[in-house]
Design a protein. Structure first.
Length: 228
């Protein structure tokens, strides 16, 4: 994967199993978000193959990839700040596969996020950071994804809100949602992960179960600041 003449990723190779949480951890600028943006069709890989449920997605646009069942909650949330909570949620159900399920999906996300149920008429931009993160996840779920990709969901949030976000991640897994999680909060990311990998300067340097990597001395040494 290149940005102009600069290569951002080298030989990145991993597989996500249905129903699991797979975490990608690493320092800022290591290439984590680039992986998600490539998988979601926002960036085009220069080589290699991306396959989802037997379908090769290289060259597909982002809308087609959402139609396949892949949703991304981007870093920074990407909400429409001048639109209401309800309008943001409705836009999440734009894909062909999710439109017929919009009413059912709305009930599902309101059950998962009861707090935003009471904020349906509020402008998204007037919500707190934690509320906006919940809304961003809820909007992605409106597309009824088979794979939910979360890019730094805890970024900028207070510790109590971070625990709430990861509690929701665990709840979604319990409901059968497959999750690809990119996160700098190493401790939380590895606690919830079935499997994980460490990316360093655009390459995967280590893989294992979440428990294995959480207990690895090299991971602890490299990311001790994130383990506090």
């Amino acid at each position: 994967m290149f940005y102009g003449d600069a290569q951002a990723l080298w030989d990145v190779d991993f597989q996500i199993n249905e129903g699991e949480i797979f975490s990608i951890i690493g320092s800022n600028g290591a290439g984590k978000s680039t992986i998600l943006r490539t998988l979601s069709g926002l960036l085009r890989p220069s080589s290699g193959e991306i396959e989802f449920e037997g379908v090769r997605t290289n060259g597909m646009n982002a809308t087609s990839i959402v139609d396949l069942g892949i949703s991304l909650v981007p870093e920074g949330r990407g909400l429409f700040s001048n639109m209401t909570v309800l309008e943001n949620l409705e836009l999440g159900a734009f894909s062909k596969r999710s439109r017929p399920l919009k009413a059912e999906s709305m009930k599902w996300v309101f059950d998962l996020f009861p707090h935003i149920t009471r904020r349906q008429g509020q402008l998204a931009g007037k919500m707190s950071g934690g509320e906006q993160q919940m809304l961003a996840i809820a909007r992605a779920l409106m597309a009824r994804p088979k794979l939910l990709m979360l890019d730094e969901p805890s970024l900028g949030l207070a510790p109590l809100v971070v625990r709430t976000v990861f509690g929701i991640v665990a709840a979604l897994k319990a409901q059968g949602v497959t999750i690809l999680l990119v996160e700098q909060n190493i401790h939380q990311a590895l606690k919830v992960a079935d499997r994980a990998c460490v990316i360093k300067t655009g390459r995967i340097s280590m893989t294992g179960t979440g428990k294995e990597l959480l207990g690895d001395p090299d991971v602890q040494k490299a990311y001790m600041g994130s383990l506090q």
